[in-house]
Ligand binder design. Structure first.
Ligand SMILES: Nc1ncnc2c1ncn2[C@@H]1O[C@H](COP(=O)(O)OP(=O)(O)OP(=O)(O)O)[C@@H](O)[C@H]1O
Ligand SMILES: [Mg+2]
Length: 508
């Protein structure tokens, strides 16, 4: 068999050295043809040879001819190169990323040795010149793994937090870094909140719905001396009045028969050493206001069914979207409690008072949506962004998030344009406000006849339309009742818990 092959094919060299030399030469030719470019430096780091492939990078590196390039020290002509290290250490770098003004490259660097194994030069190889596209499958896989890792890390941090703070999620979820915004209004509220974090007095967060009061409450806790203690929150609007007292102050053992016979800790107790966040404080019934006032004055609470006072050690942060001062004037909120809470009032600005933050918020929300859906983040086209910036956003950041979410759900592609945003706004019963700088009439979807849009809105799944109607009804009722969620729930004939669920997650 060997002999027949020998007969009509060229012979391999007969000695090992000859074979090795042939292999090396073949490898060199192979690399030279499959790579994007190659060059050689001598032992001083001086460029002595460049192949044809490499020559097309010269203009991007700032050279118009090969002559200018040859003979120069490698670091003078290739920014960020690591060839010198290869010459110094004699160690090859099989795969590396090189970033410089000519682009991002996947490169290899191999030292060249003489017979005595001395490094006499090195060869630089550009394997890929557009890693974003050529290495897409690899980078995609890497991004997926990275995301899984991030999720696992987050879950682990959450579990650690839980075991540190006992049952339930009692850690701050956000820090000041989570509060996106660099407008004057956003910077100012963050400055005040940071100062409030340093103090031990109660903090009162005031602002429209969806402006980030809860986020700031978390951030204040995380920046305070109590950061290692629990963060416990009670949503007063979501707990039925009859259960609120037990929820706040706890139940003494034996106070009830049945499940609660053993007694139960209240939120004041659970927040021991940490922060107690009283959300929707404006919805607190007057009877409980009196008890809260006493607790604040005395620093002690009385669990239900006990006649003993127990001291508590929790820092209070309260929030409301209602006009507490007006409620005081109408006799709905105790004046003495108001002043107890009003020590460090923080007014969280509505989104329309800081429109310049909208692009950054959109970017963060898009990123978040992508992460949650396991897809690349949606990309807002400039006209869509301009339209978003122009809206009045009565529901603030929560509403902005919902609109983006709907637009992503209804979109076939990653890119979202103004027409899609407009459709979502209309489906939610909102008349889109045209951007101030919007060009000529007739150039774009904004001038589409309203009836056509109305008809189109009817030709969608019924569940979507019902959800949109619910959102409109809730928004209208909130406006009519000045944010009073109890009154809203009553008027719409739903429980406060349902109202809350809809506000938090309008699509369920
Ligand atoms: N500045 C911000 N940067 C990033 N996300 C924000 C910001 N403000 C608010 N958000 C997000 O917007 C949503 C609504 O915020 P949050 O729940 O804190 O509002 P709220 O003022 O408590 O509203 P409500 O009065 O209706 O309870 C949350 O998902 C929050 O993470
Ligand atoms: Mg809130």
């Amino acid at each position: 068999m060997f002999t027949t092959l020998h007969d009509n094919s060229p012979a391999l060299p007969l000695n090992a050295e000859g074979i090795l030399e042939l292999a090396a030469r073949s490898m060199f030719h192979l690399l030279s043809s499959v790579s994007q470019g190659m060059f050689l430096v001598d032992h001083r780091g001086c460029i002595v040879w460049v192949n044809e492939g490499y020559q097309r990078f010269l203009p991007d590196l700032g050279f118009s001819s090969l002559d200018q390039f040859l003979g120069r020290m490698v670091e003078e002509v290739i920014p960020n190169t690591q060839m010198r290290r290869v010459l110094e250490t004699g160690e090859p770098v099989l795969v590396d990323l090189l970033d410089n003004r000519a682009g991002t490259f996947v490169v290899s660097r191999i030292p060249l040795r003489d017979e005595a194994q001395r490094v006499i030069g090195a060869i630089g190889i550009v394997l890929f010149d557009q890693p974003e596209t050529t290495l897409q499958p690899l980078i995609g896989k890497f991004a997926l793994l990275q995301r899984d890792l991030d999720d696992a890390r987050r879950e682990l941090a959450l579990q650690r937090g839980r075991s540190l703070a006992g049952a339930g999620e009692r850690r701050a979820k956000y820090t000041f870094a989570s509060f996106v915004g660099s407008s004057a209004a956003a910077t100012e509220v963050k400055r005040q909140a940071r100062r409030a974090a340093q103090s031990a007095s109660p903090v009162l967060l005031l602002g429209e719905t969806g402006t980030g009061k809860e986020l700031l409450a978390h951030a204040i806790h995380a920046a305070s001396a109590r950061a290692n203690g629990p963060f416990v929150s009670v949503n007063i609007a979501a707990v039925p009045d009859t259960l609120l007292e037990a929820e706040f102050f706890g139940v003494a053992p034996g106070a009830y028969t049945g499940a609660d016979r053993k007694g139960r800790d209240g939120k004041f107790k659970l927040a021991d050493g940490g922060t107690l966040f009283l959300d929707e404080i404006g919805d607190m019934p007057l009877s409980l206001q009196a008890k809260l006032l006493r607790a604040l004055q005395e620093g002690e609470i009385e669990p239900l069914g006990s006649n003993q006072l127990v001291p508590f050690n929790a820092r209070l942060v309260a929030a409301t979207s209602r006009d507490l001062m007006a409620m005081v004037q109408n006799g709905q909120f105790r004046e003495d409690l108001f002043y107890r809470l009003h020590v460090l009032p923080l007014r969280v600005p509505p989104l329309r008072a800081r429109r310049s933050d909208i692009p950054a918020l959109v970017e963060m929300l898009a990123e978040d949506l992508g992460l949650r859906n396991g897809t690349p983040p949606p990309e807002l086209l400039p006209d869509a962004l301009a339209l978003l910036v122009a809206q009045p956003w009565r529901g603030n950041i929560r509403e902005l998030r919902n609109v983006l979410e709907q637009a992503v759900l209804g979109s076939e592609s990653r890119a979202i344009d103004a027409a899609q945003i407009e459709r979502v706004l209309r489906a939610a019963g909102l008349e889109p406000t045209a951007p101030a700088t919007h060009a000529l009439p007739g150039d774009g979807a904004l001038s589409r006849p309203a009836e056509a849009a109305g008809e189109a809105a009817l030709l969608r799944p019924l569940a979507e339309q019902v959800a949109a109607l619910e959102r409109r009804a809730i928004a209208a009722a909130l406006k009519a009742h000045g944010g009073n969620k109890q009154a809203v729930a009553r008027q719409l004939g739903i429980s406060r818990a349902t109202l809350y669920a809809r506000l938090e997650n309008p699509d369920k």
